[in-house]
Write a protein that binds this ligand. Structure first.
Ligand code: DGL
Length: 270
């Protein structure tokens, strides 16, 4: 029997679309609900306690409403802080997005890698553990940027991105004495793959970017391997927790990612 329960993707904004895209490519018939917590946006400049309280509560509400078969927390900030709490609270598979340090370290020749995330993500002990486990012999340069998150949001609203803005946002990373040797950069915020071209243009040398998207797509396909899907693909739904009007400017971008319908689910602002 066809099973029409969706996969629910969750982020503070449009960043999770970079995780949705590879999953849709592997599972084209999967029904999708994409939730942007724009009432809580941005996450990256908030404290751990706020994220740890908000994300499990909101995902609990969303799970009741949309009855997903699986949830993807398509946000590094929320995952590195609240993944364990969400798993403990909900009785369904939860896939998190954590910085793709392992594939970057596996491929780096120079053994200097960058980790570009939000301020909240780059200071997490989770990142210390990943660096120690997978990149123990690398110099790991971390940089948090809230501005890059705003620029990715603007790009998906069709606004032009000034190259100078991207250069300024990553200037502290490039100012590090080892930065010229860096040959791999972990895009440890799901918004940043949406700016990969702009980021490469702002870095003097060619670098390899890694992000969690492809690995998550494979994990979702594995976890759902014995499940049925509807016979035909259905239009995905984009849900906004704040001002559904934000969706007007995003409509074209959302449609490119298969999200043809927009809904509002009001959740208190932080
Ligand atoms: N996309 C989110 C992440 O992966 C965070 C963006 C924000 O600051 O809200 O970390």
């Amino acid at each position: 029997m066809a099973d029409d329960r969706p996969i629910l993707f969750f982020d503070s904004g449009v960043g999770g679309l970079s995780v949705l895209a590879p999953t849709r490519a592997l599972l084209p018939r999967a029904p999708i609900v994409y939730v942007a917590d724009d009432a809580g946006f941005p996450y990256g400049t908030r404290g751990e306690a706020e994220i740890a309280a908000r994300v499990p509560a909101l995902l609990g509400r969303l799970a009741e409403r949309y009855r997903p078969r699986l949830i993807v927390i398509a946000c590094n900030t929320a995952s590195t802080i609240a993944l364990a709490a969400v798993r403990a609270a909900l009785d369904l598979p939860i896939v998190g997005t954590v910085p793709a340090i392992k594939p970057a370290a596996e491929r780096s020749i120079s053994r200097v890698i960058g980790v570009l995330g939000t301020d909240a993500t780059v200071r997490q002990p989770y990142v210390d553990r990943l660096s120690a486990e997978f990149a123990g012999d690398c110099t790991v340069l971390r940089h948090g940027s809230a501005r890059l998150v705003e620029l990715a949001e603007a790009k998906l609203r069709g606004q032009p991105i000034e190259p100078r803005e991207v250069e300024l946002a990553i200037a502290p990373l490039l100012a590090h004495p080892s930065a010229r040797e860096m040959d791999a950069v972990v895009l440890a915020c799901t918004h940043f793959p949406l700016l990969a071209d702009e980021l490469q243009a702002a870095i003097p040398q060619q670098v390899l970017f890694t992000d969690g998207g492809p690995g998550i797509a494979r994990r979702v396909a594995f976890l759902t391997r014995d499940q049925e899907w509807p016979a035909k693909p259905s239009p995905g739904v984009a849900v906004f927790t704040g001002d559904a009007n934000v969706a007007t400017e995003l409509r074209e971008s959302l449609a490119r990612f298969g999200l043809a319908r927009v809904e509002a689910l009001h959740h208190r602002s932080l």
